[in-house]
Design a protein around this ligand. Structure first.
Ligand SMILES: CC(C)(COP(=O)(O)OP(=O)(O)OC[C@H]1O[C@@H](n2cnc3c(N)ncnc32)[C@H](O)[C@@H]1OP(=O)(O)O)[C@@H](O)C(=O)NCCC(=O)NCCS
Length: 148
C-alpha cells in the first residue's frame, strides 16, 4: 500500500476523531485534540485524503514520543502502519530528533510487532500501568535511535 503522507491539521479534526473512536477504547475530548494540534511540540502526519490513519508525536529538544498511531481498521494489515511510522521517523530525524520513545500495552501484539520491525527495543516495563477491563495491564517502554 502506498498513500500520500502529509502533515495533518485542525481541518481534518472530524476524521481524526472518527479514527480514534474506531481504534481506541478511550477517546479525547475536542479540547484535548485542539490543544494537541495547536502545540508547537506536536507533529502529526498521515494519509489525509482519504483519511486512513495518523501518527501523533510530542517533541522535546532532540527527543520525541509517539503518543498515538492509528490505522483505519478497514486498511489494517496491509503495511500502512509500517509505512506511516517509517515515514514519520525519517521526518523526525530530518528535524534533528535522535531518539523516539513510546509506551504500548503489553497485549498489543500487532503494535509491538510493528515497533520491533522498525528497530524499537524494550527499555523497561511499567507494571499495571493501564486499565484493562476489570483489571490492569503492563506498559512496555520502547525506544529507537533514529538518524537522517
Ligand atoms: C498498530 C497499527 C497502527 C498497525 O497498523 P497496520 O497498518 O495494521 O500495520 P501493518 O500492516 O504495517 O503491519 C505491521 C505488523 O503488524 C502485523 N499485523 C498487522 N495486522 C495484524 C493483525 N490483525 N494481527 C496480527 N498481526 C498483524 C503485520 O503482520 C506486520 O508484522 P510483520 O511485518 O511482522 O508482518 C494498527 O493495527 C492500529 O491502528 N491498531 C489500533 C490502534 C493501536 O493499537 N495503536 C498502537 C498503540 S498507540
Amino acid at each position: 500500500m502506498s498513500e500520500i503522507i502529509e502533515p495533518l491539521s485542525q481541518a481534518v479534526l472530524p476524521g481524526l476523531q472518527r479514527l480514534q473512536k474506531l481504534c481506541f477504547t478511550e477517546t479525547w475530548s475536542e479540547k484535548v485534540w485542539l490543544s494537541q494540534l495547536s502545540s508547537s511540540r506536536t507533529r502529526i502526519w498521515g494519509p489525509g485524503d482519504p483519511m486512513l490513519g495518523y501518527a501523533l508525536f510530542s517533541t522535546v529538544l532532540d527527543e520525541a514520543e509517539l503518543l498515538q498511531i492509528a490505522i483505519d481498521p478497514a486498511a489494517q494489515g496491509q503495511g500502512l502502519g509500517a509505512e506511516l511510522l517509517c515515514w514519520a521517523m525519517q521526518a523526525l530525524a530530518a528535524e534533528g530528533i535522535v531518539r523516539l520513545m513510546l509506551e504500548v500495552r503489553a497485549s498489543n501484539d500487532t503494535a509491538i510487532r510493528l515497533y520491533q520491525r522498525l528497530g524499537f527495543e524494550l527499555d523497561g516495563v511499567r507494571k499495571n500501568y493501564y486499565a484493562a477491563g476489570d483489571g490492569r495491564e503492563d506498559a512496555l517502554l520502547m525506544s529507537v535511535v533514529i538518524s537522517p
